[in-house]
Write a protein that binds this ligand. Structure first.
Ligand code: ARG
Length: 439
């Protein structure tokens, strides 16, 4: 059994097609840096506890440190014929330092090893994504600030509702992202339990020091139950949940921007750097980044459901099924990270078309609620006020008139309570100013 960590029991080598199917190298090579760091800490612990000779531990640490540097520099030569990244690094270490390498896997199984690597990956990526979300929040806040006086028609049911500040619309997304950061923070902590020492499932009779390993690797706590330690992938699911929410929010922002960039709205222009053209229609500049981002949420939710479904029927403890957690995890993390980073640049480059927005604000139905509240302030109950303004809007629409074009006498036909000052309300600035935040 060439290059395998488990050949002794086998009389036959693997069917080549199965071997290829079983191999996880082409995706789990992404765990290389964590695998090397985890093994360095493990070897130090074995040496410190006297389980392996100190000089062997030192040789292992030296060899793995060199490997780790190669990985970091992109110089490590991956062996895509190895069964997985753990086997690859073990074999590379053997090549580098010879016999002492054979002692590294003492008091360890790939079951706790892969749990460790995946947890380290999740912790690192949760932090990285937290930073990327913060950067996008900053871009959004910059855009909101740059356009702080811009008022747009606010929509419900994609119909004109009331005038709102563009900055409030954009800041709604900043709040969504703030909640996403909390989820990423939880996901980080879900992963922050150190599984090594659980070995295959039941721990080891060797006198290891798990706390030492956890400290070396910067883990906040230990997985207390060895069977849970090797069979738990909740932390993967929690990170995928957090990423799903980020993706949902980015998808909604994409929808808003696509709508606003459409010729019917024309409120904003998306920089051409984030658009593509058509192979047949010469005039087209399509907001493809935003569409790709919106469509991607389907894939991101799929990744979450893929892991949830893969896990649901598994008896304890480790099962090879669990190898299928990795591609969905890597895919979601890599895709969302790219999107977060491009999004920030796109937001910075959005141009606002004030003339088109002002034209949309000429629709006086946007002030209907302000007019109804005016009547309420004059003593009508809200039901009466609502009905009067409803009739006023219908009448002006039918006669193709503007409310601002009516005389006070004409207005009084709808309600005696109307006075001259009411016309001031038909103004986006007055409307927005009347609804001060935090009241
Ligand atoms: N590639 C495996 C995974 O991702 C690594 C652990 C394999 N363990 C085992 N006992 N075969 O889960």
């Amino acid at each position: 059994m060439k290059n395998k960590l488990w050949g002794g029991r086998f009389k036959k080598s693997q069917d080549p097609e199965f071997e290829d199917f079983s191999c996880s190298m082409y995706f789990d090579y992404r765990l290389a840096e964590y695998d090397a760091l985890g093994s360095i800490a493990h070897a130090k612990m074995l040496g410190k506890c006297g389980i392996i000779p100190k000089k062997d531990a030192a040789a292992i640490v030296k060899g793995l440190t060199a490997i780790s540097k190669e990985i970091e520099a992109g110089k490590f030569i991956y062996d895509f014929t190895a069964e997985d990244i753990h086997t690859n690094i073990q074999n590379a270490l053997e090549k580098k330092i010879g016999k002492p390498a054979l002692k590294l896997h003492t008091a360890r199984s790939r079951n706790d090893q892969v749990a460790l690597d995946t947890r380290m990956y999740c912790k690192n990526k949760a932090q990285e994504m937290y930073g990327l979300v913060t950067a996008l929040q900053e871009s959004l806040l910059g855009f909101a600030k740059k356009n702080k006086d811009v008022i747009v028609p606010g929509l419900t049911h994609t119909q004109h509702a009331q005038p709102v500040l563009l900055s409030d619309h954009i800041e709604a997304y900043v709040w969504m992202l703030a909640r996403d950061k909390r989820k990423l923070h939880y996901a980080y902590h879900a992963a922050d339990f150190m599984p090594l020492g659980a070995c295959a499932l039941a721990g080891t009779s060797l006198k290891i020091d798990r706390k030492y390993t956890a400290r070396e690797l910067g883990f906040g706590a230990l997985c207390e139950n060895t069977m849970d330690a090797v069979s738990d992938r909740d932390f993967v699911i929690e990170l995928l949940e957090a990423v799903s929410l980020v993706s949902m929010h980015l998808s909604r922002l994409a929808s808003d921007l696509i709508l606003w960039a459409s010729p019917e709205f024309g409120f904003v222009e998306i920089d051409q750097q984030f658009c593509t053209g058509s192979s047949i229609m010469p005039q087209k500049v399509n907001p493809d980044f935003l569409e790709l981002t919106r469509g991607m949420s389907g894939r991101i939710y799929g990744n979450l459901f893929s892991v949830l479904t893969m896990m649901k029927g598994l008896p304890l403890t480790y099962n090879r099924d669990m190898q299928w957690d990795k591609q969905p995890l890597f895919d979601s993390v890599e895709k969302i990270s790219k999107v977060l980073s491009v999004y920030g640049k796109l937001v910075k480059g959005i141009k606002v078309n004030k003339a088109n927005i002002d034209r949309a604000l000429l629709d006086e139905s946007l002030y209907a609620t302000d007019l109804a509240e005016y009547l309420v302030s004059k003593g009508l109950d809200s039901r009466q006020a609502h009905s009067i303004i409803g009739k006023l809007v219908t009448a002006t629409l039918e006669k193709k008139e503007r409310i601002s074009g009516l005389t006070i006498k004409e207005l009084k036909k709808f309600s005696e309570k109307f006075e001259k000052g009411v016309f001031k309300l038909l103004d986006p600035k007055v409307s927005v100013a009347s609804r001060k935040k935090g009241r």
